[in-house]
Design a protein around this ligand. Structure first.
Ligand code: 5GP
Ligand code: ZN
Length: 113
């Protein structure tokens, strides 16, 4: 499958991996939008949030738990951080394999752009 994140997960394309287990891989975003910008990606290829099945509920929960733990490890948990999932082009999704952005290390404004 011609999917960038599947290739990062398989190791065909290098990335700065900070955590991985049998369900998820987390790595530095190549174009960081904050001092800390990580991507948490499930090993399972799911193109967009619109493709989520009920059977994926635990996986999404696990991604959030991973983000929580990584935020703690990165020392951004107390100050605050943001989790973002973009769905489809209109929301800015450019890689069609779902992922959570974990952003922190600076003050965040609202609403997002
Ligand atoms: P999206 O726009 O789909 O929500 O997020 C995709 C993210 O993947 C972007 O923040 C972009 O910087 C990041 N990205 C794109 N190509 C690569 C790559 O080759 N390596 C890494 N580590 N991140 C990438
Ligand atoms: Zn994929």
């Amino acid at each position: 499958m011609d999917c960038l994140f599947c290739k990062i997960i398989s190791g065909d394309i290098p990335a700065k991996v900070i955590f991985q287990d049998d369900l998820v891989v987390a790595f530095d975003d190549i174009n960081p939008q904050a001092p800390q910008h990580k991507l948490i990606v499930p090993r399972k290829h799911i193109a967009t949030l619109n493709d989520l099945q009920e059977e994926d509920n635990n996986l999404i929960g696990y991604m959030a738990q991973t983000a929580k733990q990584l935020a703690k490890n990165l020392n951004i948990a107390e100050d605050g951080y943001r989790i973002v999932m973009n769905c489809n082009a209109g929301a800015g999704q450019t890689v069609f394999h779902i992922h959570m952005h974990l952003l922190g290390g600076r003050h965040m404004t609202w609403p997002p752009g």
